[in-house]
Design a binder for this molecule. Structure first.
Ligand code: IPE
Ligand code: IPE
Ligand code: MG
Length: 246
């Protein structure tokens, strides 16, 4: 198990704020829901290409805690899509060695979805090619707040231990690169703790039109950047410093 974590952690952790479905659809005279449907196709493309592009962990922002503010009909359509994705995708995830986990709150999801998530997680648990994390009813600030509440009962706390409380996983690699589509340049409450040193890549592309080649481009830009983590020397992806203080 430890060696699995280590080998997966040698590869990049990329987070994507999948934005622009609604605008993509509206500009084509389609309903926003059609944009979300097209967005699911993009998820399929990107999950397929990610392991071939050196990504070990992919965290996709699918539904934020603040997205409950949207009209009921749009929220319902998004939940239906999630249900559909979980039902239709598990086999292909297993075939491709993708381990799926879902982060965020589960207690407010429509009936049956939490069970479908648990099943999909169990069915894909052995996947070693890619760890796909889908953020649903997710808020990074809530994740930090909940971790802080749990930490309050402890007598000593390290960054690693707190990280585990925030992410729900031991040894999850910090996010190396956060991509946001649709031209917006904000984090909208995504991976605030794990992204402390993440490189940020913003593209005008709307999520439904985001291609494997756009991911390649984002990764090429990432590899051209010099990450120093506060020091003066460039640090390569395989050498990311531990969370411990110096
Ligand atoms: C992202 O696309 C998907 C979700 C937030 C669920 P949007 O629905 O935010 O699309 P825009 O930003 O309105 O174009
Ligand atoms: C962020 O997109 C959430 C997801 C992509 C799931 P939003 O479209 O909801 O974010 P804001 O409202 O533009 O910040
Ligand atoms: Mg948006």
């Amino acid at each position: 198990m430890q060696s699995e974590i280590t080998s997966r952690n040698d590869k990049l952790h990329v987070g994507i704020i999948m934005d622009g479905n609604g605008r993509w659809a509206t500009r084509r005279g389609l309903s926003r829901v059609r944009g979300h449907e097209a967005g699911v196709e993009t998820i399929r493309r990107i999950v397929e290409t990610a392991p071939k592009q050196g990504i070990g962990t992919l965290t996709l922002y699918a539904f934020s805690t603040d997205n409950w503010r949207r009209p009921k009909a749009e929220v319902a359509a998004l939940m239906t899509l999630l249900r559909f994705y979980l039902a239709s995708e598990v086999q292909s995830l297993v075939r491709n060695g993708v381990r799926l986990t879902v982060i965020g709150r589960r207690d407010r999801l429509p009936e049956g979805i939490a069970t479908a998530i648990t099943r999909a997680e169990a069915a894909t648990a052995d996947g070693g090619a890619l760890h796909l994390r889908i953020a649903v009813d997710y808020s990074a600030r809530d994740a930090i707040l909940n971790a802080a509440a749990k930490a309050a009962a402890l007598t000593s706390l390290t960054r690693e231990a707190f990280s585990q409380l925030v992410t729900g996983e031991a040894g999850l690699r910090d996010v190396d690169l956060i991509i946001r589509t649709s031209g917006e340049k904000r984090l909208s409450d995504f991976l605030l703790w794990e992204g402390a040193y993440a490189e940020l890549h913003f593209t005008e592309r709307m999520w439904p039109e985001f291609e494997a080649s756009d991911l390649t481009e984002a990764l090429a830009a990432f590899h051209n950047r010099e990450r120093r983590f506060g020091g003066l020397q460039a640090i390569l992806p395989g050498e990311v410093p531990s969370l411990s203080r110096v």
